[in-house]
Design a protein around this ligand. Structure first.
Ligand SMILES: NC(=O)c1ccc[n+]([C@@H]2O[C@H](COP(=O)([O-])OP(=O)(O)OC[C@H]3O[C@@H](n4cnc5c(N)ncnc54)[C@H](O)[C@@H]3O)[C@@H](O)[C@H]2O)c1
Length: 451
């Protein structure tokens, strides 16, 4: 099938490359010329495992191409996937200006029937607005359908998630649109749910809000575990074996970030309010998440007392492993807090350092970027772990201990076993688990009667 993908960011690029891999002819359109130039050369604009070969194979086979000319890109297309950004506004509601602009642009260029599909995450009823705009700008003479096909891929595993999804949700208004979308998803062997458009729009926000709730829930359990001297990982295991609950997303830590959970949660709170539903549960989920960085900083105080003048190695800048995306990453809040308190930071991430340097630039003697986790640890008073990259799990801990000025690790992602860390000679502070302090040398007994 001929497909046009509008917006080639994280979702659009993966969608375009995967659909071309499945045999469709796909043209990706983006308004950023530099992005288009790079993609035409076969250079991925994001780091995502497995993406580069799909992109380059697609270009070589001629099934995948990129451009800026929307009219040319959509001329042959039967289906247009909209993958433009839907960022948050100041009040938490969704800024739909990229969707509206895309609808206007498509409307002006509509010459024959197409299905216009919302893949971006949008509030319920967005399709109604899109339909009106498309009709207005196409002059009302051309037939089209609007559909919702929310994307559930996770950054860091996006290609695999796209090709092997848990489910596909397709919200349609006509059998013509349904048949075209089912044809695209024909090779997929997962549950395929066909709904009306509003339901599909709601599924995405409801799913992300629920996942965020699971994370905040386990983070509160972590606080309780710290207060009671128990281990949140064991509690999560004990809960997770219950199939009604499941173990996924029950990992305590420094909180969720990324371009989706924070914005989708705020958007959903807003949507619920607009429709008269009091979803204060989600407000609490957000509040709990916002307190996580404070708790991590408190742990640093517990470990180091005063941060002023201390050298801290920070491992992990992306909001999660296997991506270079730093949008709403906890590191963006943690690092300025450490700087405010006068700490000198040396930052390391396997893929997100360039992105971070554009937001928090290097400042000699204040903010430095390391080329390896070991360089970040060198002469530091503590290591702070903010992202659970596999590379950090595999660290040579003996080497790390030798490099640190004081052998302290504050782990916001619970990568290591506290007892093993104490054994290895570290003072190890993690989330929702007892702190692991090095065994103290027994003190010499004072002579009787001594002051
Ligand atoms: N990133 C994720 O993990 C993820 C997962 C599921 C759903 N989503 C949703 O998918 C949507 C896109 O997210 P993203 O992370 O890919 O965003 P992004 O910002 O990485 O990409 C959006 C792209 O759209 C382009 N664009 C904007 N307006 C355009 C126009 N009129 N014509 C052509 N190009 C245009 C931008 O230049 C940009 O490259 C959002 O609604 C998001 O919530 C994201």
């Amino acid at each position: 099938m001929n497909i046009c993908v509008v917006g080639t960011g994280y979702v659009g690029l993966v969608t375009a490359a995967c659909l071309a891999h499945l045999g469709h002819r796909v043209v990706g359109v983006d308004s950023e010329p530099l992005k288009v130039e790079m993609l035409c050369r076969g250079e991925p604009t994001i780091y995502e495992p497995g993406l580069t070969p799909l992109l380059q194979d697609g270009l070589r086979s001629g099934r995948l191409s990129f451009g800026q000319d929307l009219a040319a890109a959509m001329a042959e297309a039967d289906v247009i996937f909209l993958c433009v950004g839907t960022p948050p506004r100041h009040d938490g509601s969704t800024d739909l200006s990229q969707m509206e602009e895309a609808a206007r642009q498509i409307g002006e260029r509509l010459r024959r029937y197409k299905v216009v599909v919302e893949k971006s995450t949008v509030p319920v009823y967005t399709a109604d607005r899109m339909k009106r705009t498309l009709a207005m700008y196409s002059g009302g003479a051309v037939d089209f359908d609007i559909a919702s096909n929310p994307e559930f891929l996770r950054e860091g595993a996006a290609v695999d998630d796209f090709l092997n999804p848990d489910r596909i949700v397709v919200g349609v208004e006509t059998t013509r649109a349904r048949d075209l979308l089912l044809q695209i998803y024909e090779p997929f062997r997962c549950p395929l749910l066909v709904t009306d458009v509003k339901t599909a729009e709601l599924v995405k926000h409801a799913s992300n809000a629920f996942l965020a709730m699971k994370i905040s829930f386990i983070n509160m359990i972590a606080d309780l575990c710290e207060a009671t001297g128990t281990d949140v990982q064991q509690v999560a295991d004990g809960m997770g074996y219950d199939r009604r609950i499941g173990r996924a997303f029950l990992n305590a830590g420094v909180g969720y970030g990324g371009s989706c959970f924070p914005k989708d949660l705020s958007a959903f709170i807003h949507i619920a309010e607009e429709h008269g539903a009091d979803f204060s549960l989600l407000r609490e989920v957000r509040r709990i998440n916002e307190t996580r960085v404070d708790r991590l900083v408190r742990k640093l105080h517990q470990a180091l007392w005063v941060l002023k003048g201390k050298r801290l190695g920070v491992l992990g800048l992306s909001f999660k492993p296997n991506t270079d995306d730093i949008r709403e990453a906890p590191s963006l809040t943690v690092i300025p807090r450490l700087r405010q308190e006068g700490a000198v930071v040396r930052l390391y991430d396997p893929h997100a350092a360039v992105q971070m340097a554009s937001v928090i630039p290097p400042e000699p003697g204040k903010v430095e970027y390391a080329r390896s986790p070991y360089e970040a640890a060198e002469d530091a008073h503590a290591l702070v772990i903010l992202t659970e990259w596999e590379e950090f799990r595999a660290l040579d801990l003996e080497k790390v201990r030798g490099l640190l000025q004081t052998p302290i690790i504050v782990d916001g992602r619970n990568l290591f076993d506290p007892a093993a860390m104490a054994e290895a000679g570290f003072e190890y502070f993690s989330i929702g688990r007892p702190d692991a302090l090095r065994p103290r040398q027994p003190q010499a007994a004072r002579p009787r009667g001594a002051p």
